[in-house]
Design a protein around this ligand. Sequence first.
Ligand SMILES: Cc1ncc(COP(=O)(O)O)c(C=O)c1O
Length: 505
Amino acid sequence: MIERPEPHPDLDWSTDRAAAFGRRAVELWEELLRRLPDLPVTHGRPAGEVRDAVGIPVPEEPMPDDELFAHLADLLFERSMYPGHPRFLAYVSGAGTVPGAPADLLAAAVNMNLGGWGLSPGGTEIELHLTRFFAERFGFPATAGGLIVSGGAMANFVGLKTARDHVAGWDVRTRGVSAGAPLTMYMSSETHVVSSRAADMLGLGTDAVRVVDVDDGFRIRLDRLRDQVRSDEEAGFRPFAVVASAGTVATGAIDPLDEVADLCAEEGLWLHVDGAYGGPAAFADDLRPAFAGIERADSIAFDPHKWLYTPHSGGCVIVRDLQHLADSFAVHATYVRQDKERTGRGLDLGMLGPQFSRGFWALKIWVSILAHGWRAYRERISHDAALARYLGERVAEHHEFELACPVGLSICCFRFVPDDLDDVPAREEYLNALNERLMTDAQQDGRVFFSNAVIGGRYVLRVCIVNFRTEADDLDAVLEVTVELGHKLDAELRPAHVAAHGRSS
Ligand SMILES: Cc1ncc(COP(=O)(O)O)c(C=O)c1O
């Protein structure tokens, strides 16, 4: 006797039920948008308190909607911090476009799997179209294309794995990295740490990363780069890639891309550009000249979730020749064989990158660009850089601030230097300690939120604008809050510092 299972519809909500649930979620989103400017950037609550509040017991039976939405409201309004707040100016974390949020809902609703074309016809074609659009904007040829990935770390990893496999000179994918001369890659001391981690993930080890000095503009020194490559070749290493930065995370410096491209062409090296932060600035007419040579890269990592403002997460890797991604990532799985001729199916993106199943991350980027239009992006990116320059000028004219370096792209680094510091012993040590506390206290305070950089051993405050809600008033507020907290902390910290070091003669 065959036992025929009865329907089990618990998880299969009616459309009315689904729509009512969705409407409540949209109401919460609306409330968030309305309240955002009046919320603190962060509540500054400690981990234990947040853990206790959000770690509610998992119910055996459905939680009533009122209770569930009260839990979500508490999460949104009491246990979150707000990268979309106009005064969030830290790290490189985009504000999150408004159209991106409903686009994410629709992507989840249809739930296409962008690993295979057959599971995501429209989704795959949008991702290919979008990445080709970006490739063209960077000046790449028609062979170029790319993928939307989780973020800059993954985009850099994909670019560097493609480089390794293409340049090594033996089949690294089957024979491994130890089947030939030890591979080495090159980057400046200002390059983001994720590229070193990529070397680790690629089985090369971080010793394979040759860290090259920078000039006084924080750009890779070409003479040192050339010397290092040549001496490694002579010593029997196999140099395979240079990571050039198009916008370093600390100061927004752009390596001399054209010259690095010349060197890579001479030496047969892959040029990978980490433009995770700065890449989108190449789309802004006034900023583009600083990126001359980017069109000669073999691969570029850049992050829509940073300076294209789209919600987390979504980075992008572009390669000069899409075939190189297939060469580096294609695998054969017998259970997904398909007759492409009969079905007319297109490219399977799961064969071009490290992920097999993939979400429709591209939709929030695509919808944001469609909804706002490309001009608004180019102009807003330019505006962000203008705001950073404005902040730089205000810092420079203020007697208690010191500009730490020239404004780079949309980053302004400075420090608080109170008047009458002349008789304070170990002045630099004191300023480092003071500014470090200042950054921590400003973040906890919640009125403004910036981060820090360490430049030439100095601890400095760092404002990075990748936020379409930020305007000059918000930057004025940064300076006001910094001076207010700075004076308070100076009064608190200076006596102990002086007592510990003795007054200078
Ligand atoms: C230059 C640069 N590269 C890579 C990354 C890492 O990107 P993600 O955090 O998206 O993985 C960052 C992050 O700030 C960055 O600024």
